[in-house]
Write a protein that binds this ligand. Structure first.
Ligand code: COA
Length: 539
């Protein structure tokens, strides 16, 4: 570890600037290019980005300070390897020599110990995600695949495994932090006879910062110069709001109209705290039980249930809260129609049961689900009105030429819908293996966000549990979902007499904006006949 002092870069000739926002505090973990402070001249404001990833040790400036080029802004503790590739002009020398990071050749034959920095992999979202659990401590020995941390996105919790076995030398994050793809998690001391893993950082090149600096330091100066050359008082969009890019970004992310927020910074400048306070107030109003507008839906009144008997207050998981929001959103936005029918699966079940021994040999569980996946994929191709999404512009329908189907999986953390891709191109064994694997991954909390993206249609099977029918809620932006209830033997008239047939109840909910009743009738009729005679899937 080394300490890096980050200073005010070239100000393009401006003598003194005001610190109008300090974006970090001691202990914060920052990434390269993350804003450290916002400075303001009389012509422009500029965010000073971090030149390295690391942990803030101390902040040298306060809001309201007047500083100049070369003034120290923060002290940053960085990985030694980081020092090799600075992206900006850093005049101050680093204090510690990065010797500790060099590989150590142990006395035993060719065994090599090297430090490996483990970072958050691509989690399929640009948003920051919450660290909900840190599973290791400094000094722990981990094996390859052991969980290091657990992240939670709005779709799932994700365990990040150790890429190699080794000893945990340091941890860069703690529970409650927010991280993104690429954020450092930990440094492991990895011992192997093979070459050091790819993202290990065993060697530090003694390259001089001056050889590689430039663009980042030049940016604020360029901004200042640009603003100075125009006659405007700020280089930001002329929307009447007095706010820097970081504040604007936060406002965009939170859907806040800046013109409605009062600036609490110097000269009325909007700060991130102003945005957060505005959102908090809006949420308070929304949840206070007061109906604010004519179209507002009255909330269900709060009630003290303990008046009626013993109660326990159980905290909802994040997945449960997200599911609740999504269900309400979809229920309120999508005009639902649900159509019911029964498919005769007598032959399908005979075939499936005949295949059980082979399935066991292959190590897969062959339930009706892969047959339903295959039949739904064929129905989506047959009736493409089902393979669309409503465009958010309200003017278009998006037609899809791929067939990805989500399967609803009940887990202890809540409902998850992993997506099986290109279902129309896969065989039954492959679909059985993939649905088994996805359901397991969901129950183990190992689904990645991309596992749950890109669905065209969903299947919610309650067949193993029972029931004769239900009305599933469309998983928007998809436009239809198939609910499957428990198959049962029912009498079926064959023209002369009743025959005992194994009937599978199907419930097809669809978005009536995108799909009309005739399309739904075609889809269901096709589906029922394909399930009734799976040879049709070969046609
Ligand atoms: N009728 C009768 N039996 C059925 C059936 C049906 N429609 N569907 C499945 N079964 C049987 C299976 O064949 C299996 O029995 P078997 O071992 O004798 O063959 C048994 O029920 C258990 O099946 P299951 O392990 O649940 O596998 P599956 O492939 O049917 O379902 C999931 C997998 C992931 C979809 C399921 O486990 C699940 O989580 N369902 C809940 C979905 C949910 O919560 N939806 C609500 C959304 S609001």
């Amino acid at each position: 570890m080394t300490i890096q002092v980050i200073t005010v870069p070239d100000l393009g000739g401006t003598d003194a600037v005001d610190v109008i926002e300090v974006c970090v505090a001691p202990g914060d973990i920052v990434e390269v290019e993350q804003s450290l402070v916002v400075l303001e001249t009389d012509k422009a404001s500029m965010e000073i980005p971090s030149t390295h990833a690391g942990t803030i040790v101390s902040v040298k400036v306060n809001e309201g300070d007047s500083i100049s080029e070369g003034s120290a802004l923060v002290e940053l503790e960085i990985e030694a390897a980081e020092q090799a590739a600075p992206v900006a002009d850093i005049p101050q020398p680093v204090e510690d020599a990065p010797i500790a990071a060099a590989p150590v050749v142990s006395e035993s034959a060719a065994a090599v110990s090297a430090e490996q920095t483990v970072s958050v992999p691509d989690v399929g979202t640009d948003e920051d995600v919450d660290v909900i659990e840190v599973c290791v401590a400094v000094g722990d020995t981990v094996s390859e695949g052991d969980s290091l941390i657990v992240l939670e996105t709005d779709k799932a919790s994700i365990e990040i495994p150790a890429p190699s076995g080794g000893k945990v030398l340091s941890l860069s994050i703690k529970e409650g932090d927010k991280v993104a793809s690429g954020s450092a998690i930990a440094v492991l001391l990895v011992e192997s006879s093979a070459p050091a893993p790819e993202n290990s950082a065993p060697v530090v090149q003694a390259e001089t910062p001056a050889a590689t600096h430039q663009p980042k330091a030049a940016a604020p100066a360029a901004l200042a110069a640009k603003a100075a050359s125009s006659d405007e008082s700020t280089a930001e969009p002329d929307d009447g709001a007095y706010a820097g890019p970081a504040v604007r970004k936060l406002a965009r992310q939170m859907g806040v109209d800046l013109s409605k927020v009062k600036g609490g910074g110097p000269r009325g400048r909007l700060t991130k705290d102003d945005i957060r306070a505005y959102v908090t107030k809006a949420v308070d109003v929304a949840t206070s039980g007061k109906v604010t507008g004519g179209s507002g839906i009255p909330p269900i009144p709060a009630l003290d249930f303990s008046k009626f008997g013993d109660v326990e207050l159980v905290k909802m998981t994040k997945i449960q809260k997200i599911t609740a929001n999504n269900m309400s959103r979809n229920w309120l936005n999508v005009p639902h129609v649900t159509q019911f029918d029964d498919a005769d699966i007598t032959e399908l079940e005979a075939f499936r049961k005949g295949m059980k021994a082979e399935a066991e040999k292959r190590g897969v569980k062959l339930t009706p689900l892969p047959f339903l996946l295959k039949a739904c994929a064929a129905a989506l191709r047959y009736e493409p009105a089902f393979n669309v999404s409503m465009h958010s512009d309200g003017e278009h329908i998006v037609k899809k030429d791929y067939v990805n189907i989500g399967i609803a999986v009940a887990t202890s953390a809540g409902l998850m819908v992993p997506v099986i891709r290109d279902v129309d191109k896969k065989g039954l064994w492959e679909l059985a293996e993939e649905s088994n694997a996805m359901a397991k991954k969901a129950r183990d909390g190992k689904l990645m966000p991309m596992d749950m993206q890109g669905g065209c249609f969903s299947i919610s099977s309650l067949g193993a549990m029972g029931g004769t029918g239900f009305t599933p809620i469309v998983n928007a932006p998809e436009v239809a979902i198939l609910g499957v209830s428990k198959a049962d033997i029912k009498p079926k008239w064959d023209g002369q007499e009743f025959q005992p047939r194994n009937m599978l109840p199907l419930c097809l909910s669809y978005d009536h904006r995108a799909i009309n009743g005739a399309d739904a009738g075609n889809f269901m009729t096709f589906l029922v006949s394909a399930i009734g005679d799976i040879r049709r899937l070969l046609l």
